[in-house]
Design a protein around this ligand. Structure first.
Ligand SMILES: [Zn+2]
Length: 345
């Protein structure tokens, strides 16, 4: 039987329709052999001159823009916005325009030209999280920037254009409507029930105990009840942190371990697959768009990461209705991932 499930956090429906999956293994992706030729890769060590000068690098020594780095951050060569633009809006008749102010950065996650994330070591996860935190904390000092989107596109179906592991960051002087709507819903939920919406979800997941993949002291990985994508996995903080900015080094080690186990289990189950990773960073500044909820963020929000496998392409129904058809029950996905974890340990 298919089910229409309501996603409390995102105010969306998912159509969970397992009968649309004809063969149990038909979601396994077969990737054509990618070329192992790194000669033209702008993100490989030794090719630093192929990118704009670095904004940040994690390294034990050596000069900027030379090999020896563990992670490296550069402006996106094809950036959608730039930090040098003037900080003013302009009225164009009834419309408002900003001159492309913002930051668009590429984080090169590791010097290794790995095409699969299950090859990452725990240190690589730690260095990656450390670098993301450094960039968010640095950009937080620029009061013009109000929101930061941190995301990773991996593979063709997830819109990646470089095979070398990388993450992107876009910071903007405006707040996307989706963010405002989600924050205001979280505040409304808290005002009405005196309870954090994320903690309510975790409480329900614990009591159902059917969709949890793994837990550490401070983090939990689970397949959300109304997953819009097959094998979608969320990792939430179990303590009070709200953003990647709040992670201290022991937490980064712990989260790196949970991420590694979750991603390794997904590879074990799905084969080589395309995916997006999304961080739910709350707005950075209080302004006219965020003042209704900004001071309440510590009560209403919790840090989370979504790993979204891109196994199927969108069809007309999804485009027309905005409702995703997910052919894999989240309970089934969690159970398969737990089995994969056992096989890996
Ligand atoms: Zn490379």
């Amino acid at each position: 039987m298919s089910e229409i499930r309501y996603d409390l956090l995102h105010d969306e429906y998912a159509l969970i329709a397992p009968e649309r999956l004809h063969r149990p293994d038909c979601y396994r992706t077969l990737r054509e052999e990618e070329s192992a030729d790194h000669r033209n890769c702008p993100f490989c060590p030794g090719h630093e001159a192929m990118t704009p000068p670095e904004i940040f690098s994690l390294r034990d020594g050596g000069d900027p823009n030379t090999p020896g780095w563990k992670t490296r951050v550069v402006p996106n060569l094809y950036k959608a916005v730039q930090i040098e633009a003037p900080w003013q809006s302009e009225e164009v008749g009834i419309y408002t325009l900003w001159e492309g102010l913002g930051a668009h950065e590429v984080i090169v996650d590791t010097p290794r030209h790995l095409t699969r994330m299950d090859g990452w070591s725990e240190n690589e996860y730690f260095n990656w999280l450390y670098t993301l935190r450094s960039r968010v904390n640095d950009l937080r000092n620029d009061i013009r920037l109000v929101t930061i989107s941190l995301f990773k596109n991996h593979g063709h179906y997830a819109a990646a254009t470089q095979t070398h592991p990388h993450t992107q960051l876009i910071a903007l002087p405006v707040v996307p409507k989706e963010t405002v709507v989600q924050m205001e819903r979280a505040k409304h939920y808290f005002d009405r029930r005196r309870h954090n919406i994320f903690e309510s979800v975790l409480h329900q997941e614990r009591s159902d105990a059917k969709r949890i993949v793994l837990e550490s002291d401070r983090f939990i990985a689970f397949c959300p009840y109304a997953s819009t994508f097959a094998f979608e996995t969320a990792i939430f903080s179990k303590n009070g942190i709200v953003s990647v900015s709040d992670l201290d080094e022991p937490m980064m080690r712990e989260l790196g371990g949970v991420l590694k186990q979750t991603i390794d289990a997904l590879y074990e189950e799905l084969g080589d697959f395309d995916f997006n990773i999304l961080f739910n960073t709350p707005p950075l500044q209080k302004n006219s768009e965020t003042e209704t909820f900004y001071d309440d963020i510590p009560h209403i929000w919790r840090f989370g990461i979504r790993i979204v496998p891109r196994l199927f392409r969108l069809g007309g129904f999804e485009l027309e209705s905005g409702i995703q058809i997910n052919p894999v029950l989240p309970e089934e996905a969690a159970s398969l991932l737990k089995t994969a974890l056992k096989a890996l340990s």
